[in-house]
Design a protein around this ligand. Structure first.
Ligand code: APR
Length: 278
């Protein structure tokens, strides 16, 4: 049960979560007054689309595996078919879901801040489907496959529909060099795409507001971006966090909305629209 000073605001209760209109209004004012907005999203922003977050208990077939033990080069080398099938399962899921009101509201914010950049840890394309432009993917794109050895350059993307292979027999062989084909995502112990990471760092340094949505803040370097934004000497950014739970980012948050993003972001954007209309 969360205790709030209810004298100055009405309280809207969602399940056992409380979203006060005062922090919705504070968030909208911060967005309205910002000049350069960076957004950092994690799996939580896709949760209301039906995509399990990374550290949620995976239900069904995958409940008995720890995702962090599947998303590694060692796991793929030890059991390519298990890891490949896990990603095929996630691909099919990601391909079957739609953006939720949180993605759509975020895309609408581009209207009020055309320079806004979305930095995402997610490997789905729900931000793009919702209409967000300028999306930087730090951890890759689950819809893409590549040669494990990047034999034609980094990355050597492979079109799985351009050649025959047995879809029940784990990953196909690269048609160029015969190495295993793998998902074009970043696994633990692997380097992030350099260009995207340096772009994310410069966007974080330049922003005066960072909106952090749906991430536990457990995985670096993505989790360091809010701290970098906040502690930039000549241009410290304000941090707005939207997450129903406490995260490793909460300690940096100037404004925290403890609610699901699909519920709260549309309310924040509606308040921004009112401020812009005045
Ligand atoms: N709205 C907003 N946030 C939510 C919602 C929601 N509806 N539901 C859950 N959350 C929050 C959870 O409270 C949690 O803090 O989303 C966060 C999800 O955390 P993780 O599952 O750890 O996902 P993420 O932070 O994106 O993981 C980062 O770790 O495993 C790697 O590469 C993987 O990109 C992933 C990275």
């Amino acid at each position: 049960m969360l205790l709030y000073d209810t004298t100055e605001c009405s309280i809207e209760r969602i399940g056992n979560l409380i979203m006060t209109d005062s922090n919705i209004k504070q968030a909208a004012e911060a967005i309205h007054n910002a000049t350069k907005i960076a957004v950092l999203t994690g799996a939580g922003v896709s949760k209301e689309s039906g995509v399990p977050t990374f550290r949620d208990a995976l239900d069904g077939l995958w409940a008995k595996y720890n995702p962090e033990e599947l998303a590694t080069p060692m796991a793929f080398k030890a059991n390519p078919k298990l890891v490949w099938d896990w990603y095929q399962f996630r691909r099919e899921l990601a391909g079957s879901v739609k953006p939720n009101p949180g993605h759509v509201a975020l895309a609408e914010l581009h209207k009020y801040n055309p320079g806004m950049v979305v930095i995402t840890q997610n490997v789905d394309d729900l931000h793009e489907q919702a209409g967000s432009r300028k999306v930087i993917h730090l951890h890759g794109n689950i819809a893409e496959s590549k040669c494990y050895d990047n034999c034609q350059g980094t990355p050597t993307l492979i079109d799985l529909d351009s050649f025959e292979w047995d879809r029940d027999d784990g990953p196909p062989a690269c048609p160029h060099c015969g190495a295993n084909v793998r998902p074009n995502v970043v696994w633990f112990h692997e380097m992030l795409p350099e260009d995207n990471l340096s772009l994310a760092y410069s966007v974080s340094l330049q922003c005066d507001l960072m909106i952090v949505i749906g991430t536990s803040g457990l995985v670096t370097p993505a989790a360091t971006l809010p701290k970098i934004a906040k502690e930039t000497e000549d241009n410290p950014a304000k941090i707005l966090e939207i997450n129903p739970d406490y995260s490793m980012i909460t300690r940096y948050a100037d404004i925290k909305i403890e609610a699901p993003s699909g519920e709260s972001l549309p309310k924040v954007v509606a308040e921004v629209a009112k401020l812009r209309a005045n």
